[in-house]
Design a protein around this ligand. Structure first.
Ligand SMILES: Nc1ncnc2c1ncn2[C@@H]1O[C@H](COP(=O)(O)OP(=O)(O)O)[C@@H](O)[C@H]1O
Ligand SMILES: [Mg+2]
Length: 257
């Protein structure tokens, strides 16, 4: 479905340069959740921005299906934008406070299907809200009328609306209370099972990633240092760094086992 090959990205600030992503390759199969884990600053979000075509890598390629996105002219890339949708850490910041939920999700539906209007649009928005575990009759409310976990559900509904081929979730539960985290993780797992969702799930917390992901890639200093099946990475890590990550994040570990 999605393949990254030898991606490299260096940022320059004056004379200093930071190699944020250093020769990263991985693939995500259709219907699979790949977990990308590593401590803050290791390059995870840079990878997500490269996949989203918001950043151009210095070298390497991003291929979706059989289309090499890195070789396409900018105009053509726009046609593929809807195929990728993001869910961010902070649903407060990513939802427009002046827009009702109906308007936010309705617009996202119309991106794929501009002809959707009136009762049909309302019905689709209601269905999406129910898909993420919210009552359809709350669509005229504003983001501030919801809790943090509910707002993340709304952000997930918005990401699903244009029927993307892949969802990139960058630290989607990191700002939530632990009890709410597991609810959102369970929702994402349900969506994977019921909708065949394909997802890149990014987190600094290995126990969270293990809870959800089919496979895990461990990132350190811009490189992927270990990858494999989620259970293998979690129970029999090969690298010392992965072991360190495991011992530093016990919060959801019990749940994950
Ligand atoms: N736009 C940018 N300009 C300069 N440096 C950046 C920029 N974006 C990220 N970086 C640097 O690249 C490295 C990786 O950052 P990032 O991808 O955000 O890491 P993560 O998401 O894993 O916390 C960090 O050292 C960060 O400071
Ligand atoms: Mg980040």
């Amino acid at each position: 479905m999605l393949e990254l090959q030898n991606i490299k990205k260096t940022f320059h600030k004056g004379r200093e340069s930071v190699v944020a992503v250093d020769d990263v390759s991985f693939e995500i199969k259709s219907g699979e959740i790949l977990g990308l884990v590593g401590e803050s600053g290791c390059g995870k979000s840079t990878i997500s921005r490269i996949i989203m075509q918001l950043l151009i890598p210095d070298s390497g390629s991003v291929t979706l299906g059989d289309v090499n996105l890195t070789a396409l002219p900018r105009k053509e890339i726009r046609r593929h934008r809807l195929d990728f949708q993001m869910v961010f850490q902070d649903p407060y910041a990513s939802l427009n406070p002046r827009q009702t939920i109906f308007s936010t999700i309705g617009e996202a539906l119309q991106q794929r299907n501009p002809g959707l209007k009136g009762e049909v649009l309302r019905k689709r928005v209601g269905e999406l809200l129910e898909t993420v575990g919210l009552p359809a009759n709350q669509m005229q409310r504003y983001p501030h009328e919801f809790s943090g976990g509910q707002r993340q559900r709304i952000a997930i509904a918005r990401a699903l609306a244009p029927e993307p081929r892949i969802i990139i979730a960058d630290e989607p539960v990191s700002a939530l209370d632990v009890s709410i985290q597991s609810q959102i993780l369970n929702l994402l797992r349900k969506l994977q099972q019921e909708l065949g969702l394909t997802m890149l799930f990014i987190s600094h917390d290995l126990s969270v990633v293990h809870y959800l992901a089919d496979r895990i890639a461990v990132m350190y200093g811009g490189k992927i240092i270990e990858h494999g099946k989620a259970s293998q990475i979690f129970h029999e890590p090969k690298e010392d760094y992965t072991r360190k990550l495991l011992s530093s994040v016990p919060v959801l570990a019990k749940l994950a086992r």
